[in-house]
Design a protein. Structure first.
Length: 128
């Protein structure tokens, strides 16, 4: 099984080497990028399939994936960093907050919240 870290690394590497975006849908069966010379440059052809709209859907998917993947990968990295930071604070007992440290009279022991947060953070970081 491929880990999420390996997938993110692979996709990031492919994005660096791929034709820069944004990619667009133009003309019949073509995926294009803007060009300084002729207005657009065809980079892929996705042919229609008889009696189905799969070709059009595939073209839309390819363009959407190329154009939105950088933002999704960046969000994934930021979320992983935040979860690891949170786990480090919980595991290292370095949370600096009166409410979380137990000085807040909520009736709920803060330690149970720490355990629950750590459980969900670790589950989110697991490869499934």
């Amino acid at each position: 099984m491929t880990s999420i870290d390996e997938i993110v690394t692979e996709l990031s590497g492919l994005l660096e080497k791929a034709t820069p975006g944004p990619w667009e849908l133009r003309w019949y069966e073509r995926v294009t990028v803007p060009s300084d010379t002729d207005g657009s440059k065809s980079i892929a052809h996705v042919y229609r399939m008889k009696d189905t709209d799969a070709g059009d859907v595939n073209r839309k998917f390819i363009v959407a994936a190329r154009n939105h993947l950088p933002a999704l990968l960046a969000r994934s990295r930021r979320m992983e960093e935040a979860l690891r930071h949170m786990l480090g604070a919980i595991d290292g007992n370095t949370i600096d907050s009166e409410e979380i440290a137990g000085d807040y009279d909520s009736g709920i022991p803060p330690h149970k919240w720490h355990e629950q947060w750590a459980y969900y953070a670790r589950a989110a970081l697991e490869d499934t």
